[in-house]
Design a protein around this ligand. Structure first.
Ligand SMILES: C[S@@+](CC[C@H](N)C(=O)[O-])C[C@H]1O[C@@H](n2cnc3c(N)ncnc32)[C@H](O)[C@@H]1O
Length: 305
């Protein structure tokens, strides 16, 4: 094996913070087409570069996975913004029995280590971050996916407001499939496409939504969904965060994406934080927009194409 094929990367570490080996295999679940971390063989990699996620349980899981797949002596380089877990990296990696070299660049903390012969505590960290059921018997979920351990207020408001749909539709940014149950309760729904950029969420949705009318798509809505068209309805609780900051453009791209998938007269039902500026893009792409709910800081809107 050459150096390039035995290196992996998690996410997209900024080039000015840490260097990613050329040809490194992408493993982040939020990158469609990436190799799932869980599928990598133990002790198979020479180098692993991680842009660590902000959530503590998720981060420890990713670090434990990286140490699991590195060969003993393999090089682990981890970076995280200081205010999103970076200040905890050294302690967390030391807890796995690693000896750490530390650096700081561009508001990131960077830790370098060589995988010890026998890292400590991997089993526990892997178990803690693995897929599980909410309250032991509820929906499947995983630390790191959106609102992984509780029903989001916006989602709950949208669920209460949704009408009984008919025909073919999609849930854009479906998460673990919470809205799907509501939509599929209508026997007149013939097809429902569940789309999300997060493979972990889709894997959970596959377990949570067992219905022949459903299809699953691991895709970035910003890049278009050529397999879907002429839909009767779209439901969405669009994301508005990317890389730690608020990103209005992401929600606006979801609205444009929904419009592109709908037939004339098709409807979009969406929920958003009240302050998010979606009205202009809705007006540009839809014939009519109706505010349905304004409650607890959220708005539910119906838009007819
Ligand atoms: C606010 S959450 C809503 C999840 C679920 N529908 C719910 O209501 O609980 C938004 C979802 O959009 C997904 N997402 C973010 N960016 C995306 C993109 N570019 N393409 C597809 N899905 C995306 C996230 O992974 C997340 O699951």
């Amino acid at each position: 094996m050459t150096d390039t094929v035995s290196a992996a990367v998690y996410g997209f570490p900024p080039r000015e913070v840490i260097e990613t080996p050329r040809g490194a295999m992408q493993t982040a679940p939020t990158v469609p087409g990436a190799q799932p971390l869980e599928a990598l063989t133990d002790a198979s990699m020479d180098a692993f570069v991680v842009l660590a996620p902000a959530g503590a349980v998720e981060r420890r899981y990713v670090l434990a996975q990286a140490l699991r797949v590195l060969k003993p002596g393999g090089r682990l380089t981890v970076a995280a913004p200081k205010d999103r877990g970076g200040l905890r990296l050294k302690k967390e990696l030391s807890g796995f029995g690693c000896k750490i070299g530390e650096d700081a660049r561009r508001h990131h903390r960077i830790c370098m280590t060589l995988r010890p012969e026998t890292p400590a505590g991997l089993t526990e960290a892997l178990a803690e971050g693995a897929p599980r059921r909410i309250d032991g018997e509820g929906l499947w979920t995983q630390p790191g996916v959106f609102s992984w351990d509780r029903l989001d207020t916006g989602t709950a408001l949208l669920m209460q407001a949704l009408p009984a749909f008919s025909g073919a539709g999609a849930d854009l940014g479906c998460g673990i499939g919470v809205l799907a149950h509501q939509v599929l309760a209508s026997p007149k729904v013939t097809n429902l496409a569940l789309v999300d950029i997060d493979r972990r969420a889709l894997d959970a949705a596959r377990r949570n939504v067992d219905d022949a009318r459903v299809s699953f798509s691991h895709a970035d809505i910003r890049l278009g969904l050529p397999e879907l068209s002429n839909l009767d309805f779209v439901v969405s609780n669009p994301p508005f965060h990317e890389g730690g900051g608020e990103d209005k453009a992401l929600g606006q791209a979801f609205i444009r994406g929904a419009a592109a998938l709908l037939k004339k007269g098709g409807v979009l039902w969406l929920v958003a934080n009240r302050h998010l500026p979606y009205e202009a893009v809705l007006a540009d792409h839809f014939a009519r927009v109706r505010p349905v709910v304004d409650q607890e800081g959220f708005k539910v809107l119906e838009a007819v194409k």
